[in-house]
Structure formats: C-alpha cells, structure tokens
Design a protein around this ligand. Structure first.
Ligand code: UD1
Ligand code: CA
Length: 469
C-alpha cells in the first residue's frame, strides 16, 4: 500500500491544496529495457546487485512510496528475468527493440488502463536516489504547476551526462546529450539526472513528434524538453543538492562505487541506531538486515538477505550470516557461517569455525567450536562438544537431528540423521550415534579401547632391524 503522496510535508498554508494534490493520479515509469553493453555481462544491467538487491529493485522501492498510481517497468533485454525478479505488483511494457529512452516511455503509456495525470519517469540504473528527494521533486513540480520538471545536478565535470541548456532568463530550454553537444554546451556543468515529472497528456503528444536525428539514431526522451518549450509549455529544473544521488551505473566500476555508498548509508543508519562497528569500512550489510542496539560487529562481518540480529550480541571477525535469525545476547564467531534458515534463540553461542544451516538452537545452548549443524533442532542449555557433526545427507535426501533440552554432547560426536536425543541425555565423546537415545541416558557409540602392554619397545626394536637389513 503506497504512502499517500506528500506524506509528511509541512507547509501549513498549503494543507488544503496538498489534500487536493493527494487526489491527483501520479504514476511512474521505470526504464529497464537496455542491455547495458558496458557491463560486459550476460545478465541485464538492471539485475546486477548492489548491497544485496538488484539495481531495478532498489529503484522500485525508492519510487513506490512517492506515487499513488501504478508503476510500469519497461523491459526488453532479459525481460523475463526482470519480471521474475520484480514479480507482480507492477505493470510491464515490452520494448522489443531498444530505440531510445523516448521510445521506451512511449511503449509504457499504453500499459496504463487510464492515462495518469502526472508521470514520474526514472531509470532502472540509478540506485542512489532517495525517496525524500523524489518526493521533493514531485512537490516542486506540482506546486510550480510546471508541465515538466527535470531533476538536475551540478557536477565539476558533466562527463557523459546530458547537459541542461538554459536561456538568458535562466529557463530550461533543452537537454543535449554529451555526444551531440557543442564545445560550449559540453562546458555546462548542470546535467540531466534522467528523472522527470511530466503532465502525461503533453508528454504523449511530444513523444509522437520525436525524431532520431542524433549521434545514436535513437528517440531521446530528453528531446521532449525542447519540444515542450517550442509549444510554450513550462519546463522547470529541480536541482538535486547531493549530486551523488543521481549516479548512474553503466559499468562495473560504477557498480562498485554505488555499492559502497549504499553500504555506507546502511552502516551509518545502524550505528546511529546503537550498533557498534569496530571498522565499518569492512562490514558488509544488506539493506533488509536488522540489528538490535548494543550489538558489536567486529571487522569482516557479512550479513546478507533478511537476517535479523537481536540486541547485545557479539559478532566476531570473519562471520558470514545469510537469511538467519539471531536472538539477543548471542555470541557468534570468529569465523562462523550461519546459512539460510538458522534460528538462534537468546544467549546462544556459535563459536569459531562453526557452520549452521536450517537449524533451530534453543536458549542458552552452545556450539563453541569446529562443528557442522544442519537440519537440526536443538533444545535449551545444550552443550555441543568440539568437532560435532550432524550427518544430515545420505547422498539423496536430507534428514533431521533432534536434540532435547539439557543434553551434553561429547566432543567429536557424529549424529547420523534421522536421529532423536531425549532430554538430559549424555553422549560420550567420539560417538557415532545412529540410534535414538532416550532421556537421561548415556550413549557410548564407539570402538572399545584395547591396551597392549609392552608393544611400543617391541615395535621400536623391530623397526631398527628393518633399517639395518
Ligand atoms: C540518459 C539520458 C541523459 C542522462 C542520463 C542520466 C537520454 C537520451 N539520455 O543517458 O541525458 O544524463 O540518462 O543517467 O535519455 N533504456 C530503455 N530503452 C532504451 C534505451 C534505454 O529502457 O531504448 C533504459 C536503460 O535500460 C537505462 C535507462 O533507460 O535504464 C537509461 O538509458 P542509458 O542508455 O543508460 O542512458 P544514458 O546514456 O545514461
Ligand atoms: Ca545510464
């Protein structure tokens, strides 16, 4: 359920008009049909990931709260993959041939059952935009009653971005792509972010008149600006203060750069919410990860997917956690690996070189060293000795290991699943447990020890003989 438009904006005198504006039909188009040649990849550009999510997913989640209408994704290269990634909840328009950004928007309009009054257009390759910035763009557009407001930024060097050309009165006249720009135009430092608000009906009329008379022979969306001006329409620019936000990803160097920014934002938000990071530069946390206050993260921690970590935990160096839940007061690592579906209750320890997969571990239980726990349910206050392994895979199927409360598992135990261990049971070190163990029982499942007296000197004597022969 998208938030109402202008949620949280505070001009008291504007309350009534803002109420009215909420009723406006504001939809969005996200351009994601390009191949992204410069990525040199078989994967469509917008599906490359930054900080754990594809570029296009990030753009969709940033734009969704700003509009009250549908979001249409223009797909082309890898259309099925993009659809599969984003799922239902969006309109899709297929742009079979990538004839340019203007052509792409033209393909999107018929996807709307009712043409929206206002349209926010953005690219699937600009993942650093913030919802607040898009919301400010839309407010500025609506308040100015412009026919088009383009989001711009001022850079030290405009590089490959389109240049914003203004007239003597400072009004936006046109956008000229860098490759089509004259030297004087190239010197302009205000550039096009690729994000725009349009009055949809006017946009539709201007798109119909586009010509591919440019260096790339494409139908450019940017040419709509000059077309609108020649019809006497009002085009405004909304300058984005933080130019970093408009960074587009065209190659893998830029992909790494935006990933770094997204990670930094996430880490800063977590630190402000009470999480300690000994060295935030080396901590890699995906967008949807949640961490409680007073948890400490040591260097080289990787937290991925939908991982939730409680308060007051200590996550040691070299820990990787994927799609798992960790309760309060847990101690993880160093060098532990929690794989998807791991659920640790409060005050659990998963120590060094411990791997846990799809297992629940009860309150206060400990797996302190060198263990593999997979497909297991372990109760409360259990101690799992060093080197214990659940043998969960028989070559075809995975099987469960169930361990009750207050069980003591000696070092170097193998649990050959499926197997069940009752409460308060005691497993002797070195056991290979193949049968269920009832509650309160000691299980010893290993070869009996045999001592042969005087064997060692006899052996030494024998070895000497062999050497001299
Ligand atoms: C575009 C703008 C440029 C702006 C820059 C901001 C044009 C002509 N140029 O340039 O002024 O400074 O973005 O990042 O609009 N796409 C399609 N179908 C197509 C072509 C592109 O869906 O036929 C999509 C791409 O997948 C991409 C987006 O549109 O997500 C932008 O295309 P791209 O080729 O990256 O445009 P830029 O050269 O970056
Ligand atoms: Ca681009």
């Amino acid at each position: 359920m998208p938030l109402p438009l202008f949620y949280g904006i505070v001009y008291a005198q504007d309350l009534i008009t803002l109420e009215e504006k909420k009723m406006d039909h504001f939809a969005a188009v996200i351009l994601a049909a390009g191949k992204g040649m410069r990525m040199k990849s078989t994967l469509p550009k917008v599906l490359h990931q930054a900080a754990g999510r594809s570029l296009v997913e990030i753009v969709c989640s940033v734009a969704a709260p700003v509009v009250n209408g549908e979001i249409c994704i223009v797909v082309g290269h890898g259309a099925d993959q993009v659809r599969e990634t984003l799922g239902d909840g969006f309109l899709y328009a297929l742009q079979e041939q990538q004839l340019g950004t203007g052509h792409a928007v033209g393909q999107a309009l018929p996807a709307f059952s009712v043409l929206p009054e206002h349209l926010l257009v953005l690219c699937g390759d600009t993942p650093l935009l913030r919802t607040e910035t898009l919301s400010a763009l839309c407010s500025s557009y609506l308040e100015s009653k412009a026919d088009c407001t383009v989001m711009t930024a001022v850079l030290p060097d405009g590089g490959a971005y389109g240049r914003v050309i203004r007239n003597a009165r400072g009004e936006v006249e046109a956008i000229v792509e860098a490759r089509d720009a004259s030297p004087a135009q190239k010197a302009v430092r205000e550039i096009n972010s690729g994000v725009y608000c349009f009055r949809t009906r006017l946009l539709q009329q201007c798109l119909a008149g586009l010509q591919p008379d440019n260096d790339q022979g494409e139908y450019y969306l940017t040419d709509v600006v000059a077309a609108m001006r020649s019809r006497g329409c009002m085009v405004n620019a909304f300058i984005c203060e933080d130019a970093e936000e408009i960074s587009g990803v065209n190659d893998r160097v830029q992909l790494a750069a935006v990933s770094r920014v997204l990670r930094r934002r996430k880490n800063e938000a977590l630190m402000r919410a009470g999480v300690t990071m000994v060295d935030p530069e080396t901590v890699y946390i995906d967008n949807d990860v949640e961490i409680g206050p007073d948890t400490v993260l040591e260097p080289q921690v990787y937290l991925h997917g939908t991982t939730h970590i409680g308060a007051c935990c200590h996550i040691g160096p070299g820990v990787k956690i994927v799609d798992s839940q960790v309760g309060n007061g847990c101690e993880i690592g160093p060098f532990a690996y929690l794989r998807p579906g791991t659920i640790l209750a409060d005050h659990v320890k998963a120590g060094h070189f411990v791997e846990i997969k799809k297992s629940c571990i009860g309150k206060g239980s400990k797996v302190p060293h060198l263990s593999y726990i997979g497909d297991a349910e372990i109760g409360e206050r259990v101690n799992i000795g060093c080197g214990t392994i659940t043998c969960n895979y028989d070559g075809k199927l995975k099987h469960k290991t169930q361990i009750g409360n207050d069980v003591f598992v000696g070092s170097n135990t193998n649990f050959v699943a499926p197997v069940e261990i009752g409460d308060h049971a005691f497993i002797a070190a070195g056991s290979t447990v193949t049968e269920n163990v009832p509650p309160h029982t000691l299980a010893v499942a290993r070869g009996r020890q045999r001592n042969i007296e005087g064997w060692a000197p006899w052996h030494a004597e024998n070895a000497k003989k062999v050497e001299t022969e």
